[in-house]
Design a protein around this ligand. Structure first.
Ligand code: G6Q
Length: 556
């Protein structure tokens, strides 16, 4: 299917002209001229509030951006996704994470998908209720108290982020751990702190073949069997996967496996059985609220006009900065400590989905696609990299995300947190002119020559854009809506860029090469360096020279 390149779109040309006309406008004066700017350039959806008034836009910008979305077929592609068409063309798969959160009465496409989803949810509910009530007993008859999720990438980032974000609503008798890295130090640090008689391992892997997960799962199994015997596996190991055969070959009974389907992409899978740790943490009803929040955002995304559609607006603003201003990164700044894993989660969601340079028809794209996504919680970032955001040579748009409701404990901190969040976006937008700096220093009695020397350093250009997203409370519903907001944002950008947001061939090459390198590292005889560049062969040789002799715990 050939689609004209983005650069050749009429709407894109119009945007380029518009950009030339308004890129120099100062947001400071746009605000001064228009007291209604905030109420016009903000909206509520699915319980979330978005303020996008601190962007370098005028009303016409939104009109032109929406025209671009129309010309690129965003509405039609959105319907194809909801209808379960195989829009992941390189893997010939449907993309139906929206069906995982569609209410009972059928899947998003009205087919048997909905019934399958509900059946797994019922089994998850039954299992998590039993664990939470202390009715699912370990092999020695004790209730379980520790949950260890072993998985990586999409089988790790979502559950970890959500369990942490909803930390205050977690079951008090269960603690949660997430093991992903093949680096032994993670597991090695955790296992001695666990009681094998009260630990549940969830091996989460869509394919059940991911090297890191399998190695960690084998080591965890050996540890459990060493303490409790092989029969204990049935009470202490469950699997989340699409690969029943591999799960049973590993030694986990299919009765203890929670399935999902190839139409759920790894980075879109927290709504599926991959969310089992989240359900264990907050209960089945809480997990239902998490799904309901996402569904509310799905409904908004599917029905709201583009001009008042939160994910569409976020996506188009991202395109405005990426393709017209040339911004190469987007910073995510949650002002809420429990959202500390959100930037990492969104990094995968966005960069693995839209970090592509090949269009759907196989041609090379002619304009930039996904920006680099990065960030950390506020206020920590303010005391570190925010310097560059305020005064550096890069224009870095920021998404500020915070929660309005004051926590029960240490409530006074919350106002300080909100104040910092709102002040940062104001400072980025407004800046401070050299004249204002000079006035201030003069009032402090500073000499004129010193003022002249200092003013350029202490002035801020401002005009640096940001969005602010407010959650009323940190509830499962609000978190579900927030994640779905970003999922659909990424989808819309992928459609505008004309790429496939749902494959990830870019991670394959490294995986394949790692197998050869690992074989060379493990070989007892000197490995032939055939096919390896001299750098890789040299590094392997150095590692072999310093390797300890294999011990009994090393896998063969
Ligand atoms: C996500 C990616 C990737 C994947 C991991 C784990 O969209 O495909 O992050 O989730 O590689 O894969 P498994 O779940 O198959 O172990």
């Amino acid at each position: 299917m050939h689609q004209p390149s983005l650069q050749d779109c009429l709407a894109f040309h119009a945007l380029q002209l518009h950009h030339r006309a308004i890129a120099g406008r100062q947001m400071r004066s746009l605000f001064a001229d228009d007291p209604a700017r905030f109420s016009r350039l903000s909206l509520d959806a699915a319980g979330l509030f978005l303020d996008y008034s601190k962007n370098r836009i005028v009303d016409e910008t939104i009109t032109l951006l929406c025209a671009l979305a129309r010309e690129r077929g965003v509405g039609a592609q959105r319907e194809r996704m909801f209808a379960g068409e195989k829009i992941n063309t390189t893997e010939e798969r449907a993309v139906l994470h929206v069906a995982l959160r569609a209410p009972h009465a059928g899947g998003a496409d009205g087919s048997e998908v909905g019934a399958q989803v509900q059946a797994v949810l019922m089994r998850m509910r039954d299992f998590s209720d039993r664990v939470r009530r202390g009715a699912w007993l370990g092999a020695s008859g004790k209730a379980l108290t520790s949950v260890v999720n072993i998985g990586i990438g999409g089988s790790f980032l979502g559950p970890k982020m959500a369990c942490h974000a909803l930390r205050k609503q977690r079951h008090p008798g269960l603690d949660f751990h997430f093991i992903s890295n093949v680096d032994a130090s993670e597991l090695d640090a955790l296992l001695p702190r666990l009681d094998p008689h009260t630990t549940l391992f969830i091996v989460a892997s869509k394919t059940f073949s991911t090297a890191e997960t399998m190695m960690n799962a084998q080591s965890a199994r050996a540890w459990l069997v060493g303490h409790c015997g092989a029969a204990a596996i049935a009470r202490h190991f469950v699997a989340v996967s699409t690969n029943r055969e591999a799960v049973t070959a590993f030694g986990i009974d299919a009765a203890n496996m929670f399935g999902f389907w190839d139409w759920v992409g790894g980075r879109y899978s927290v709504w599926s059985a991959v969310g089992l740790p989240v359900m264990l943490a907050i209960g089945a009803d809480g997990f239902g609220q998490f799904l309901a929040g996402a569904h509310a955002m799905d409904t908004h995304f599917r029905t709201a006009p583009l001009e008042a559609n939160m994910p569409v607006l976020l996506a188009l603003l991202g395109i405005w900065y990426r393709n017209l201003f040339g911004c190469s990164t987007l910073s995510i700044a949650p002002y809420w400590q429990d959202l500390q894993y959100l930037p990492g989660y969104l990094q995968q969601l966005d960069m693995e989905s839209n970090g592509k340079h090949v269009a759907l028809d196989g041609s090379t794209v002619t304009l930039a696609t996904a920006p680099v996504i990065w960030g950390d919680v506020g206020t920590n970032g303010q005391h570190a990299y925010f310097q560059l955001l305020h005064q550096g040579t890069e224009l870095v748009p920021v998404d500020f995300i915070t929660v309005l409701q004051e926590p029960k404990q240490l409530g006074a901190h919350h106002k300080a947190l909100l104040a910092n969040c709102f002040a940062q976006s104001a400072a980025l937008m407004r800046g401070r002119t050299a004249g204002e700096v000079a006035d201030e220093l003069r009032a402090q009695g500073m000499a004129a020559d010193r003022i002249a020397a200092l003013a350029p350093h202490r002035a801020f250009d401002g005009n640096r854009p940001s969005n602010t997203i407010l959650l009323p409370e940190m509830t499962p519903h609000a978190l579900g809506a927030l994640i779905a907001l970003y999922e659909h944002k990424v989808f819309v950008q992928g459609v505008v860029w004309g790429i496939n947001s749902f494959d990830q061939w870019g991670v394959e090459l490294g995986k394949a090469l790692a197998k050869d390198v690992e074989a060379a590292l493990r070989a007892t005889a000197e490995p032939a360096a055939a096919g390896q560049d001299c750098s890789t062969a040299g590094l392997v040789a150095r590692a072999r020279a310093s390797a300890a002799p294999a011990d009994a715990t090393d896998p063969p």
